[in-house]
Design a protein around this ligand. Structure first.
Ligand code: SF4
Length: 238
């Protein structure tokens, strides 16, 4: 194997406190020849991160897991954002298990009596299939989104999926994200203006009274059940 000269390795050095755009440039250059994807659930953070990568003009693959339970507004945003960034490749790798098949096999309204099973079938299991062919995984997670994400590192090894996981927005706060979206005219989900801080499945996502787009809360997700994460991020799910 041909070793890279030490001097150029040193030039490539990056630290956790590097500016976000530097981190993004670094991922694009450092992992240019790796199988790198970004995942999104079309929440506000994901939209901002898509825009930040799109500005570099490189053909990034953006994977989403359509649970077949997205809000109509989320499907509309998916269509809008894929037209907005034609050089990015938006790929659905969601489950092929239809809601009808799930009901027949696991019972009606599985999300009500076993939401962990439902999330595994519709999110976690499909993600294993995605990650089987991925080396580097870019996410829009932030540390302040929840206690389970408080220790999120910008660059980390994901033991569950056995990939390098990069979260360039780890240190960002929601008001900054909202400011970025507005300033850069980034497409976003109109439900954020109707009290939804985050977007998930219709069955498990409710508006949070008084919430504005600049506010972040996970109170609307699986509310009243004690469940905090879907399991995609091994303790820090989207
Ligand atoms: S968020 Fe709800 S409906 Fe969606 S996969 Fe999980 S339990 Fe099922």
């Amino acid at each position: 194997m041909e070793m890279q000269p030490l001097a150029s390795r040193q030039e490539e050095r990056i630290t956790e406190d590097a500016p976000t755009d530097r981190l993004i440039t670094w991922t694009l250059e450092r992992f240019e020849n790796q199988r790198m994807i970004m995942t999104t659930s079309f929440g506000m953070e994901g939209c901002a991160l898509i825009d930040m990568y799109a500005r570099h003009g490189r053909p990034v693959t953006v994977v989403y897991l359509d649970t077949m339970f997205f809000f109509p507004e989320t499907y509309a945003l998916r269509d809008r954002i894929s037209e907005w960034y034609p050089h990015l490749d938006f790929v659905n790798r969601g489950t092929t298990l239809t809601p009808e098949q799930q009901a027949a096999e696991y019972g009606a309204e599985l999300w009500k009596h076993d939401s962990d099973k439902c999330c595994h079938l519709r999110k976690v299991d499909p993600m294993y299939d995605v990650m089987a062919n991925v080396d580097v995984w870019i996410t829009g997670l932030r540390r302040s989104q929840s206690a389970t994400r408080a220790n999120l590192r910008i660059v980390d090894w994901d033991w569950r999926y056995q990939v390098l996981k990069i979260s360039p927005l780890a240190a960002w706060e929601r008001p900054q994200i909202w400011e970025y979206i507005q300033k850069n005219n980034v497409p976003y989900n109109e439900l954020h203006e109707k009290g939804y801080p985050t977007l998930g499945c219709t069955h498990c996502t409710k508006p949070v009274p008084g919430s504005t787009p600049g506010d972040y809360s996970r109170d609307g997700r699986w509310s009243g059940t004690g469940k905090l994460e879907c399991g995609l991020h091994d303790g820090a799910g989207i």
